[in-house]
Design a protein around this ligand. Structure first.
Ligand SMILES: [Zn+2]
Length: 390
């Protein structure tokens, strides 16, 4: 659960060693604090306009290049992962991301010897199509919504038009376009030790299905157990943060990953927008790169200048989030809500490895809840992630 009904696993964790509490102390399960804006997202590739000819864009002089993010502390130790001393170890950075850090998209492409972008306009929407060695991007002027091989990606900044060129923020080039161009079609090559994290547990049940008395904590555990079996058959060394119904703090989940020597961390959740019943689909999160605003902040302060340990793995986290998200959307047929960034997720931001969190569907949507509570559908979700990790 994440959107509006108060996903307990996503709140800043002050209880790393706190034992499970009695259910009577837990917050109510369903009342929502607020309902966010829900936007319907197309599940397939954008339609290609047929009657509007593509217009090659001329080059413009190079624009200033944004400074790179300040390197994060090296040689992390477990002490970095423990609350409450973390804040003191990652002091806020000065403003190193001025708004002038835009680059000519075509110059960026041509320096890599890739084809120039093509701009087309249909129904007042200007789309920018470009091809990299591993796939095709469609950007939209004035919109953070972009598509890579048909999968929705939420950019950090809206691409802009200037004269006859398109400007894309250097952080989007560095953190989104470049990583997928480099590794977008490459299977996982890192350590094959993985930690799967079934969200919630024990006295934290997470969301409740609108169709019955089924809780997120049980469904995520079932999903993780199914995925474990599939990944083990593919040669992965799989560790689960919990294998039954008990409470585990977010800090404990991060420390578990550290002690497991994991090369990849995946947290599994299901979503809720209760009392809104319309929202549906799958969304996948990674930690927001330094210098960008988050796509989801909820009630927490989002400081773009502040780095976290997980930011060392921005590119790998994003690449594998896209790969997994794309497989999930393709196999499940669910609505594509995109690959997004959030900075407040403690279970991700303190990880010293590529890490992502999947929200596998909305338990607050009656039709989707029916699917999510069916074992065969959860097997499909597990198979989709395993397929992406071959
Ligand atoms: Zn959750």
């Amino acid at each position: 659960m994440l959107i509006s009904s108060g996903c307990q696993s996503q709140k800043p964790d002050q209880t790393s060693s706190r034992p499970a509490q009695a259910p009577s102390n837990e917050p109510p399960l369903t009342p929502a604090l607020h309902v966010p804006e829900i936007r319907t997202v197309p599940s397939g590739p954008l339609p290609v306009p047929e009657r509007v000819p593509a217009i090659p864009m001329p080059l413009v002089p190079a624009l200033p290049v944004a400074p790179l993010p300040v390197p994060l502390p090296s040689s992390p130790t477990n002490s970095l992962l423990r609350f409450p001393s973390r804040d003191a170890l990652t002091p806020p950075e000065p403003d190193r991301f001025p708004g002038s850090s835009w680059q000519s998209l075509n110059r960026w492409l041509i320096t890599r010897q890739w084809p120039a972008a093509q701009v087309s306009t249909l129904a007042q929407t200007s789309r920018v199509n470009l091809t990299t060695p591993t796939g095709a991007w469609t950007l939209q002027l004035g919109s953070q919504r972009a598509f890579w091989n048909g999968t929705l990606i939420q950019l950090g900044f809206e691409p802009r038009a200037i004269l006859h060129d398109v400007l894309v923020h250097s952080l989007d080039l560095e953190k989104h376009l470049a990583p997928l161009a480099a590794t977008g079609a490459v299977a996982w090559t890192g350590s094959r030790i993985i930690v799967l994290d079934p969200g919630h547990g024990g006295a934290q049940p997470g969301s409740r299905s609108i169709t019955g008395n089924q809780f997120e904590k049980d469904l995520t555990l079932d999903w993780a157990l199914r995925l474990r079996a599939l990944l083990q058959a593919q040669g992965w060394d799989v560790h689960l943060t919990r294998t039954n119904d008990f409470y585990m703090s977010l800090a404990e989940r991060v420390d578990f990953s550290e002690h497991s020597g994991a090369g990849l961390f995946i947290s599994l959740h299901f979503n809720s927008s209760f009392p809104n019943q319309e929202a549906q689909g799958i969304e996948t999160y990674t930690t927001t790169p330094q210098g960008m605003n988050s796509h989801l902040t909820r009630e927490y302060a989002d400081d773009p200048k502040r780095p976290y340990p997980n930011n060392r793995h921005d590119e790998a986290s994003f690449s594998h989030a896209v790969r997994i998200h794309q497989s999930l959307i393709t196999r499940s047929g669910a609505t594509d809500r995109g690959v997004r960034h959030a900075r407040f997720m403690d279970v991700l931001r303190w990880q010293n490895r590529p890490a992502l969190l999947v929200e596998g569907g909305f338990l607050s949507n009656p039709a989707e809840a029916l699917k999510l509570t069916a074992p065969a559908y959860r097997q499909k979700l597990a198979a989709a992630i395993a397929e992406a990790l071959r």
